[in-house]
Design a binder for this molecule. Sequence first.
Ligand code: PMP
Ligand code: GLN
Length: 398
Amino acid sequence: MRTSDAPLVERMRGFGTTIFSEMTALAVQHDAVNLGQGFPDEDPPEPVLAAAHAAIDAGHHQYAPGPGIPQLRASIAEHQHRFHGLTYDPDGEVTVSFGATEAMAATILATCDRDDEVVVLEPTYDAYTAAIAMAGAVERRVPLTPPSEANPSGGWRLDPERLAATIGPRTRALVVNSPHNPTGTVLTDDELAAIAAVCRDHDLIAITDEVYEHLVYDGAHRPLATFPEMRDRTVTISSAGKTFSATGWKIGWACAPPPLTAAVRTTKQFLSFAGGTPLQHAVAHALTLPDDVYTELAVTHRERRDLVAAGLTHAGARVYGSAATYFLVADVSAWGYDDGEAFCRDAPARIGVAAVPVSAFVRDRPQVADLVRFAFCKRTPVLAEGVARLRGLSDHRR
Ligand code: PMP
Ligand code: GLN
């Protein structure tokens, strides 16, 4: 075959277009309520928006320094201290990125060599798998155990023995996403302590994705870096997208000790160099806003979660509890589907609702085949309409 007919390198084949883009395209095509891709349908809080306008008006239009503007690095360090008690030097330990996605890719590209193994939790957010493939490294998945039917609110749990069994001589890093997309699980202190022990015992780099750190409704989020001896081997990643309802701004960050920060900066400077200068200024201000800005967002989203959970239950679905994030998972078998992907492909045209199949986050696990992720980060009337349409589906089956 000619090179021009198969230009994509082998390790990136099979990624296609992300499930999120695919489902949003179907939602747009059918004018469906989009409970698929996780983005809010409202503006960031007013002071955050005002700070962005002010930054544009103040003429912040040129390249930021590669590691991010000093004001934002200082605000990120202050945020880590204020909410998590972690201390970072803004100059040598904080790097601003083009969203959490770039921070993750830069970290994996910087630290994982060809054929190194990287352990991830499954269900797995797609960007980790892609970054590992781009690095030529090898992904190893630790399946989380789904909640039992008897206790559907129990969360998807990590079995420490399964984790330990995944570690081998080539394991280099472990990616931890908590609060977890798509399940809404917040790892417990015991689970995090088990992860920390494995990282220490096998001298692994921990890479954490904490983008939902402020969207926790039950329990509490604790960064892995707060566990004994973990700060110095952890790259803590987060972003402003979820915390300030600004997913399109793509201002993220990585906090890590100096050697890891230097490594991340080396690759990051050749991915985007630096992006979103005025938005960096806005997020620098946003991060300093009082606690109620953060808590209001969580309170609002908890109500939205409850509305969707109750609506889906009423519509006949079995709903798994979600303690955090924008998402909850439900089983669509009551609506006549044994395949969540088939449901997600039909639903936009059939009933005007878009969602995302959990199977997109999982390999070869038949027990999740009929599970679907619903995003609840929309205004109440939109959620009510989505739920009403889903109820129509169950009425139709009676
Ligand atoms: N990590 C997780 C777990 C996510 O759900 C998302 C999507 N919002 C991201 C990372 C991407 O974050 P960002 O938009 O800041 O790149
Ligand atoms: N994180 C978002 C989600 O899980 C998707 C972001 C994207 O489209 N890449 O829905």
